[in-house]
Structures are given as C-alpha cells and as structure tokens.
Design a protein around this ligand. Structure first.
Ligand SMILES: [Zn+2]
Length: 77
C-alpha cells in the first residue's frame, strides 16, 4: 500500500498528490554561506527514527504542512 499523508484540510491523501519540501538543519556553528550551502546540499543525516519534514499538497489544498515521520516504519506521527 502506498504511503498516505494526513492533510488537516483535505484528510488523508496518497503521496502522489504531494511534493516533499526541506527543513534546513545546518549546524549553527557553520556560519560561512558557502559552507552552509555545501552542508545543506551534500551532507544529509539520513536519520533512522523520527524526522521532521515539510510537505506541499500540490494536487489538493496547495498548503505546506510540517509532519513528523518515523523512517523505520514509514509512518506519520
Ligand atoms: Zn490538503
């Protein structure tokens, strides 16, 4: 079964209706803009466990939502 995302406006919808966004988690100690871009672009954490994600409901209400997802089970919390 395909992953479904709960939308507060439209209800639970198939992942095909959504676009994944980005929550930038570059460490604060990296202050140089070029190093921040490099870290954001290439050094993803690939966390096993709960992560915070942004999703845009492109084929629905066209709103951004922020969700927490457990990457081990691919379920939204
Ligand atoms: Zn929606």
């Amino acid at each position: 079964m395909a992953l479904r995302i709960p939308c507060p406006t439209c209800g639970e919808r198939a992942i095909d209706e959504w676009v994944h966004g980005e929550i930038i988690n570059v460490p604060a100690e990296i202050t140089d803009p070029d190093r921040r871009d490099l870290d954001r672009g290439y050094f993803h954490n690939n966390t096993e466990g709960v992560v915070e994600e942004a999703w845009f409901h492109l084929y629905g209400c066209r709103r951004w939502i922020s969700l927490r997802r457990d990457t081990r089970t691919d379920t939204f919390l």
